[in-house]
Design a protein around this ligand. Structure first.
Ligand code: ADP
Ligand code: MG
Length: 529
């Protein structure tokens, strides 16, 4: 491994050793996610200390769950998070590119080329790549093409065999929430229900809560719902635990109970007086309150997450009040009806015909949690892609087509350069081939054959020639509907090269003083932030 130089300041790694060590760490991260890329990528099973498992193909999920301590590796993981946040898809691609940029830079370092030359070359290449990508993109406008985007995103994920149905749901949902070309994905909630099968997944034009009404005496359905959202618990807290009462006579007990009773009753009165017929509470509700609320014909749900409370507020126009005493008529929200539907034993609350018609829920149904969770990730990727295409409408050809064309054109650009930066631009260009190479490898195809054929096809000016993994052939992937949003690629290249450059500029890694661990190894620099 790396030889470390220890100084009085604590552990420290200098110069080429620092660079090598960082590059190695970044490459390891890239190698880890590489086998999941593309429709034929494999899944990973992540097991945590208590034995919980996640089965996934999703780059960002793998990296988030992995226990990564190395500072440079952490920087790579951050690319995946940024990509996920900015676009919602393309996380594996971004991480792989960063790893490859660094691996290729190492070749140049070995030849004695100074890091500043490499980073300058990379910067030029990145700028050029952005221009080329825009030139290669085409504008789409049909719903059918949006569905293709969603399908490309889901190919190879748990949702694959239902991708047509899911893509309809996704495109419809994104269209409904988009406003003047802007899409706020927060408006599309995803709710999961075990039981039935994936085919029963549906788009619900309303909010679905994973909670049933608290008491069977309550109405199962309320028309013209007037909804109160309350944060505080509707119970007299702490009586069992905090306060010690000494009650010695039955009269004392009775009077105490009466007192408690009237306190709880006054809470119920408060709700009745506001005019609410549906009450949604973030915390718990005392059984006695439940009883009185049931008698008043109010539909009540408790223990709703803060996030759901916010969605409900947005959907129904209700204001979330922190204390019941604050509740007034103006705070209520509206929905055409609220009802409980029971499927597979568990009841869910449907809030339909909301004041804000943009309130949507994709209700994913499926046999097991692992399947449902992985489908959720696939749907989220596709939602991200469709949303960014709605905002920008530019797409590029998938299956490695755009990467091969980028490689070709960046090499042409390199040829126009003098100076040693040219070598860096060439290495940046070559890094692009990592994507089609891996798509082929993961599908069990010979990567050399595939790359040779792809290059030849691009040299013959077929700029959309890519590897179609439905057929295993080199084809015009744009025509075949294997398309991805331009933004996935521009973002991936921008953040991958940014991080590669940042890591290349580091020639000194010093562990901050606070860790008391044995000096000299990078792993005990985890306190280094
Ligand atoms: P990421 O996390 O980078 O989105 P994915 O595992 O989703 O990784 O794989 C995305 C890659 O798979 C893209 O390069 C895309 O073009 C490619 N891809 C998707 N569908 C196909 C297909 N049918 N044939 C070939 N490549 C495909
Ligand atoms: Mg993807």
């Amino acid at each position: 491994m790396v030889e470390n130089i220890t100084s009085n300041e604590g552990s420290r790694i200098l110069g080429r050793d620092a660079q090598r060590n960082n590059i190695l760490a970044a490459r390891v991260v890239a190698e880890t996610v590489k086998t999941t890329l593309g429709p034929k990528g494999m899944d990973k099973m992540l097991v945590d200390k208590v034995g919980n498992i996640i089965i996934t193909n999703d780059g960002v999920t793998i990296l988030k769950e992995m226990d990564i301590e190395h500072p440079a590796a952490k920087m790579i993981v951050d690319i995946a998070k940024t990509q996920d946040l900015e676009v919602g898809d393309g996380t594996t691609t971004a991480v792989m590119l960063a790893g490859k940029f660094l691996e290729n830079a190492e070749k140049l370092l070995d030849q004695g080329i100074h890091p500043t030359i490499i980073t300058r070359g990379y910067r030029w290449a990145e700028e050029k790549a952005q221009i080329i990508l825009k030139e290669l993109s085409v504008e789409i406008d049909s719903e059918e093409e949006l569905m293709k985007i969603a399908q490309t995103a889901m190919t190879g994920k748990g949702a694959e065999y239902l991708r047509e149905k899911f893509s309809e749901i996704i495109v419809e949902a994104v269209k409904m929430v988009s406003e003047k070309g802007k899409v706020d994905l927060e408006d599309i909630r995803i709710e999961k229900q075990k039981g039935k099968s994936l085919e029963d997944t549906e788009l619900i034009k309303g909010i679905v809560l994973d909670n049933e009404r608290v008491n069977l005496e309550m109405p199962k359905r309320v028309e013209n719902a007037k909804i109160a959202l309350v944060e505080e618990a509707l119970e007299i807290k702490g009586l069992e635990t905090e306060t010690r009462l000494s009650i010695s006579t039955p009269e004392q007990l009775q009077s105490f109970m009466n007192q408690e009773d009237s306190l709880l009753k006054s809470k119920v009165e408060k709700i009745k007086n506001s005019g609410a017929n549906v009450l949604i509470v973030q915390k718990g509700i005392d059984e006695l309150v439940q009883f009185y609320l049931a008698r008043a014909g109010i539909y009540v749900v408790r223990r709703v997450s803060k996030k759901d409370m916010q969605s409900l507020s947005k959907a129904t126009g209700a204001r979330v009040v922190s204390k019941l005493t604050e509740l007034r008529e103006e705070d209520l929200g509206f929905a055409a009806y609220v009802e409980e539907r029971k499927e597979g034993g568990e009841g869910m609350t449907y809030i339909m015909g909301c004041k804000n018609p943009k309130a949507l829920t994709i209700l994913i149904r499926g046999g097991t949690d692992h399947v449902i969770d992985e489908v959720e990730r696939a749907i989220r990727d596709a939602l991200g892609d469709v949303a960014s295409t709605m905002e920008d409408s530019k797409v590029v050809a998938g299956g490695g087509a755009v990467e091969i064309e980028l490689c070709k054109r960046l090499k042409e650009f390199a040829n126009t350069l003098r100076g040693r930066e040219r070598l860096a631009v060439e290495e940046f260009a070559s890094a692009m081939e990592f994507i089609p190479r891996t798509l082929a490898e993961n599908a069990g195809m010979d990567p050399i054959d595939v790359l040779t054929e792809l290059r030849a096809s691009h040299d013959a000016n077929n700029r959309n020639a890519g590897l179609n993994l439905f057929t295993g052939k080199i084809e015009d992937t744009m025509m075949k509907g294997i398309i991805e949003p331009l933004k996935v690629k521009t973002q991936a290249i921008a953040s991958a090269s940014e991080v590669a450059i940042m890591i290349l500029r580091i020639d000194d890694v010093i562990a901050a003083r606070k860790s008391q661990g044995r000096p000299g190894t990078l792993s005990n620099m985890s306190g280094y932030d």
